[in-house]
Design a protein around this ligand. Structure first.
Ligand code: MN
Length: 318
């Protein structure tokens, strides 16, 4: 059932002993939303605990320093920034049918929760958390403000993606006006700082970049062999899908990553007009207009050929 902000605030006020689920491959928005919500619930005198199927990347450690939460038998299950129960990872089985409230901004939300607060116009779930706090009349701590700021900053690519709205800027401004947030340090940590493994990987990726269709399509293939040789882990791959789009004149950037089982996970990004969600749907996947993905099987050569051909057909139609 869809509910509005007021109803979600009422629900939060009356809930108790809540687990807050964040999605697999956690990002700044779900972590920020989870830990900000935990702060807000604490101010209402409600115990909560944040959980996730995966470990958090190190750069988000400042958000977890207030603690993951208390130990209790959950009475309430809240999901933040989770559009589909599949994204719960190994927590799915336990929680998929038990979510009392989902707070989300993905238009693709499959409405699995008992109550859903969804605003597809919000750039980040953290914007909804901020509005809930206001609705509840809760005075934010600086930590809570920093978590919300981080969620908005990361989901908007530091306020530069198209999803960024007046409201994103207004909330960030209100947070900066009323709180001590180390925003320069946070943004440096989120957007500029790279692990050595990541830098090595970017170098290799740039070397390996392939160009198709008059350089309108760029592609990088990250095989398990490359990962093993470099000794880089999954965290180093975070955000890699945006690299092929950095090339001048490119329309579609494709990143192929080999999975353990030999299938290839494809991330597709569009620089401007091309709808990559439609392209990925043809290959059994989906996503957003400018960022989508799919899973393709076959040899690497077959996969590449299939991808280039599908993109070529779509470019021709336009
Ligand atoms: Mn989000």
């Amino acid at each position: 059932m869809r509910i509005n902000l007021k109803e979600a605030a009422e629900f939060l006020k009356s809930c108790k002993d809540a687990v807050i689920i964040t999605h697999q491959s956690p990002d700044g928005d779900c972590i920020g939303a989870g830990f900000a919500l935990r702060d807000i619930l604490a101010m209402l005198g409600i115990r909560s605990r944040v959980i996730c199927s995966d470990e958090f990347p190190k750069r988000y450690a400042f958000m977890t320093k207030t603690g993951w939460g208390e130990d209790f038998e959950p009475q309430t299950v809240i999901a933040v920034d989770i559009a589909d129960t599949q994204l719960m990872g190994n927590l799915r089985e336990e929680y998929e049918n038990k979510v009392d409230l989902c707070i989300d901004h993905h238009i693709s939300n499959i409405e699995y929760a008992e109550r859903l607060l969804l605003d597809p116009d919000a750039a980040a779930t953290c914007e909804l958390i901020y509005e809930l706090a206001k609705e509840l009349g809760v005075e934010l701590t600086d930590h809570c403000a920093a978590c919300i700021y981080t969620g908005i900053a990361t989901d908007t690519g530091c306020f530069k993606y198209e999803c960024t709205t007046v409201r994103s800027h207004e909330i960030a401004a209100e947070l900066m006006r009323n709180h001590k947030i180390r925003y320069a340090a946070i943004n440096r940590e989120m957007f500029d700082v790279k692990s050595i493994g990541r830098l090595k990987m970017e170098r290799i990726v740039t070397d390996l970049m392939e160009y198709y269709l008059d350089n309108k399509v760029t592609m990088i293939c990250i095989t398990n062999k490359i990962l093993n040789e470099l000794g880089v882990d999954a965290n180093d791959l975070d955000g890699c899908a945006s690299i092929p789009l950095q090339v001048e004149g490119v329309e579609v950037g494709i990143t192929i990553k080999e999975r353990e089982d030999g299938a290839f996970k494809v991330s597709m990004r569009s620089a401007d007009d091309v709808n990559v969600s439609a392209i990925c749907q043809k290959l059994g996947g989906g996503g957003h207009v400018k960022a989508a993905g799919c899973l393709v099987t076959g040899t690497l050569e077959e996969v590449k050929e299939k991808l280039v051909e599908t993109v070529r057909q779509s470019l021709e139609v336009e």
